[in-house]
Design a protein around this ligand. Structure first.
Ligand code: GLU
Length: 481
């Protein structure tokens, strides 16, 4: 069996989109699972839209996700350049061969000619208004001194069929395919032709790509036939949908790998998440390391229906990967996030970020959680929300004890570890009350909310001084002072 060779062939016209990243990832997993070769080819033939910045963003996104390429820009390989624009001589040469073999012809029709004839046919009631074959009479003839495009001579009847790696048999009627342009009048090869010449030159065995390319595939198969080259296997993976059921796009918010990275998604989490967008191991298992995915990934388990991008699930998964990080890394993530929002200055001391991360525990899924769960740290004035107010009102006796609690906390030798907790429980016991009678109003006094982190963690995070001040202020406000 010949070696498996796959490629990821992005057009560098923007950021690396999650859809593209998923295509790259499936190809990469397929190659790694089968000990094949993963090729990166930058399809930069659209000179007007391709940018160097986008090429760099693609490299960066792939490197960040750990999708290393065996052949391609930077690493090279045996099959010439891996930037499509640099492969043009080979593509033009292939078109030349087709002209000589009478499998392609020069077309001198101008865009205006084409448009006029198309309009006339539409008016005459025709529905198939592809190229009408006017220049087929040029087949085998030498070039005239006029601008021309090159068209592939497509069959008028029959079927183009392939066994799709993802969807099973797909067929197109030849009559729906026109003699399509393979080289434009400005001398540039079209995508459908350049991709075929390049895939053949690079000995690609499996073309795995998004299903938006399905309609290109019969044309590409015709090009392989004309060039007398074996076509690769094709597989078209279903698109990714946004939560509203339409194709995932910028309208749905962040869609580039860079944007998720900036949100604080970890590369291993995004990798795991993307692998499950259109592929499943079984009905239940969701967590896989990279190595496990390489081990179990097979094309048979690719889904046939579109998958929905679920941000909540991504954040949940990020939490799983976050929990597995060493504490130092989590602290660094939390610190960087607080710093970026200029909130570090609200924390009493250097060690406070670590204590915050420890207090969050498994709640720390995304960098913004350090703010969402600990907003009370970053303000000087607590205004209880409605729910908090109602909760506090249930504990008038507890509220009355808050000044006493504050004094006891004030006189503690040290304000760390279990000491605050012991002081609170001791006071409750002495006064014949349940600890909860003090805990609930304390929470409202310190955070303004009914739910949240452990109250003793809250106290330590705030530090003694702010804790005492808030307890006293709340009690005196409740007493109507
Ligand atoms: N350059 C094409 C794109 O970015 C990919 C084509 C292919 O995979 O054949 O959509």
């Amino acid at each position: 069996m010949s070696e498996l060779r796959v490629r990821f062939a992005p057009s560098p016209t923007g950021m690396l989109h999650v859809g593209g990243a998923r295509t790259a990832l499936f190809n990469w997993l397929h190659a790694r699972n089968r000990r094949g070769t993963f090729v990166l080819r930058i399809e930069d033939t659209d000179r007007a839209r391709s940018t160097e910045e986008s090429i760099q963003a693609i490299y960066e996104g792939m490197r960040w996700l750990g999708l290393d390429w065996d052949e391609g820009p930077d690493v090279g390989g045996p099959y010439g350049p891996y930037l499509q624009s640099e492969r043009r001589p080979e593509q033009i040469e292939a078109a030349q061969r087709l002209l000589e073999a009478a499998r392609a012809y020069r077309c001198y029709c101008t865009p205006e000619d084409l448009e006029r004839r198309r309009a006339a046919r539409l008016e005459g009631g025709e529905s198939q208004v592809g190229y009408d074959g006017t220049c087929r009479k040029e087949i085998g003839k030498p070039a005239r001194d006029e601008p021309f495009a090159i068209r592939l001579l497509a069959p008028d009847e029959g079927e183009i069929v392939w066994e799709d790696l993802c969807r099973g048999e797909i067929s197109f009627q030849a009559e729906t395919l026109e003699d399509f342009v393979i080289v434009r009048s400005d001398g540039s090869p079209t995508y459908n032709f350049a991709a075929v010449v390049d895939d053949a030159a690079m000995k690609i065995t499996d073309v795995l790509r998004g299903d938006d390319h399905i309609s290109n595939t019969p044309r590409q198969i015709l090009a392989y036939r004309a060039l007398e080259l074996p076509a690769p296997r094709f597989g078209h993976v279903p698109m990714i949908l946004g939560p509203d059921g339409t194709r995932l796009s910028k309208r749905h918010g962040a869609t580039s790998v860079t944007a998720y990275r900036e949100q604080g998604i970890l590369p291993d989490a995004l990798f795991n998440f993307l692998a499950l967008l259109g592929w499943a191991y079984d009905d239940s298992r969701e967590l896989f390391t990279r190595e496990e995915l390489i081990e179990v990934f097979t094309l048979e388990k690719l889904g046939k229906t579109p998958s929905t991008f679920n941000q909540e699930k991504l954040e949940w998964m990020n939490g799983v990967y976050m929990a597995a990080l060493p504490i130092e890394e989590k602290v660094a993530i939390a610190r960087a996030h607080l710093e970026s929002k200029d909130l570090l200055r609200h924390l009493p001391d250097e060690d406070a970020v670590r204590r915050l991360v420890e207090a969050l525990g498994e709640r720390f899924k995304m960098p913004h959680d350090v703010i969402d769960y600990a907003d009370f740290l970053f303000t000087d004035r607590i205004v209880p929300d409605e729910e908090g107010r109602q909760r506090a009102a249930q504990f008038p006796e507890g509220i009355a004890l808050l000044p006493e609690l504050a004094s006891r906390l004030e006189s503690l030798e040290r304000f760390e570890g279990e000491q605050a907790e012991e002081a609170l429980r001791g006071l409750a016991k002495e006064k014949g009350r349940k600890a909860g009678d003090l805990i609930h109003p304390s929470r409202i006094a310190l955070t303004g909310k009914k739910h949240g982190l452990s109250i003793f963690d809250v106290m330590l995070l705030l530090g003694r001084e702010r804790t005492i001040r808030r307890l006293r202020a709340f009690a005196s406000e409740a007493a109507g002072d």
